[in-house]
Design a protein around this ligand. Structure first.
Ligand code: PLP
Length: 440
């Protein structure tokens, strides 16, 4: 089928375009745990698309909700107007959120949600008369999407290097990956809580706490290779942010919607940030949508700072709370809750852990780390060719084994739909094991 498809016009995102177009990997349909390719192969999805199809593909309840909504109300503005589904979607999201985070700002994806959260943080301090708090602190190896705010606090050199100084006020903490001390850790690593103390050093020695608006972290750094927070690390960040009146933002675009066996990483780790950024699983990826869950007092500060009939926050998107996205979010959250998907993920996690750690000792396996239904398998690179080994494993898994995995650098990142069965976990990991054993 794709022999006749013209592939030259679509400039593909985060893709080796020429390599892809030399032999396209084309997915034409999906159901449950599987994609189907244009040559009719069923591909086991080891990555939930891009960490987003948590309830499995084309879930009938979600599909039906979108279909109905498209016929009933295609679009309505949410600037000075409203439609019921946007409000229902916000309430549905709040129903699974940590207590206190009960105000929702909608946008279209994770990147916009990141930028929205950063803007809320900056504006919040300003409306309270603390206009000197303009600095944002992220981390090395962080991925916060591709907006200018997100790359400013993000910590991936490749995503930043072409775009100038971005936001001058952004600083970065060290990441927490420490293979020397924590290799092959199961669950949260033992060592590294003290890395959080770097925040205090920066505040006292360099910036002064009164200049810092927010610290933003992913509870698990996903896109740069599954970096799991050491025990005590996130707690320490929370304590320091409280101590210095700095907002703590969790970017839960990957950890949201059950990936760790709880609705959000926040509940899993028992730490409540001031804002949670989410997207992806919010609609089970069926319609693009992002959101920022905001602590009520932050929202209320905007309400009380502006006169009654004026706009309190000059920010928003044409598609904030889009009817199709809202309908998909309501349905997806209902599916997660009614099918007990978060609990299912929690109960499958120990089997997942055993299965992924069985790869230890195979050729080139340098580290394996896991939490909930996510894992990273770090490989020794081909000398002088960073990323080449993992990319080859990815290609061979797809073409020879009919499984979809994702790689970043020389790290394989796995995050299957939460509906995965034990036999499918076995199939996925046996495929990777076979490929590694025959790796040149
Ligand atoms: N934040 C995190 C932690 C992510 O993992 C991602 C995407 O993978 C984003 C933000 C950006 O989301 P989007 O690609 O929907 O803009």
């Amino acid at each position: 089928m794709t022999n006749t498809l013209n592939t030259e016009h679509f400039w593909m995102p985060f893709t080796a375009n020429r390599q892809f177009k030399s032999r396209p990997r084309m997915l034409v349909s999906a159901s449950g745990m599987h994609y189907t390719t244009d040559d009719g192969r069923r591909i086991l999805d080891g990555t939930a698309g891009l960490w987003c199809v948590n309830a499995g593909h084309c879930h009938p309840k979600i599909t039906e909700a979108i279909r109905r909504q498209a016929a009933e109300l295609d679009y309505a503005p949410t600037f000075q107007m409203g439609h019921p589904k946007a409000f229902e979607a916000a309430s549905a999201l709040v129903s699974i959120a940590p207590e206190g985070l009960d105000r929702v700002f909608f946008c279209n994806d994770g990147s916009e949600a990141v930028d929205s959260a950063l803007k809320i943080a900056l504006a919040y301090h300003q409306v309270r008369g603390n206009g000197s708090r303009t600095r944002l602190i992220g981390r090395e190896r962080a991925y916060h999407g591709v907006g200018f705010g997100g790359i400013a606090v993000g910590g991936m050199a490749g995503n930043r290097k072409h775009f100038g100084p971005t936001l001058a006020g952004a600083d970065h903490l060290r990441h927490t990956l420490d293979i020397a001390r924590n290799a092959f850790s199961r669950g949260q690593p033992e060592h590294g809580a003290e890395i959080a103390d770097e925040l205090e050093q920066r505040l006292l020695a360099l910036h002064d706490p009164s200049t810092v608006a927010a610290v933003i972290v992913e509870p698990i750094q996903g896109s740069t290779g599954v970096i799991i927070p050491p025990k005590g690390y996130l707690q320490r960040l929370r304590t320091l942010c409280d101590q210095y009146s700095i907002l703590l933002i969790f970017d839960e675009v990957i950890t949201g919607f059950g990936r760790l066996g709880a609705p959000f990483g926040s509940q899993y780790f028992g730490i409540t940030p001031d804002m949670i950024i989410c997207a992806k699983g919010l609609t089970n990826a069926a319609v693009p949508m992002g959101a920022v869950l905001v602590r009520r007092e932050i929202h209320d500060a905007f309400m009380s700072a502006a006169p009654e009939n004026s706009i309190e926050f000059y920010h928003g998107y044409t598609y904030s709370g889009h009817p199709l996205a809202a309908a998909a979010a309501i349905a997806a959250i209902d599916v997660y809750k009614s099918k007990g998907m978060f609990e299912r993920a929690a109960s499958m996690a120990p089997y997942w852990e055993e299965a992924v750690h069985n790869l230890r000792g195979l050729p080139y396996v340098k580290d394996i780390r896991n939490l909930g239904m996510v894992c990273g398998i770090e490989l020794d690179p081909v000398p002088g060719k960073p990323g080449a080994r993992a990319f080859d494993v990815f290609l061979r898994c797809f073409w020879e084994k009919n499984v979809l995995i994702r790689t970043t650098g020389d790290i394989i990142a796995l995050s299957p739909p939460l509906i995965i069965e034990r036999t499918q976990i076995d199939q996925l990991l046996e495929a990777i094991a076979d490929v590694l054993k025959s790796q040149k």
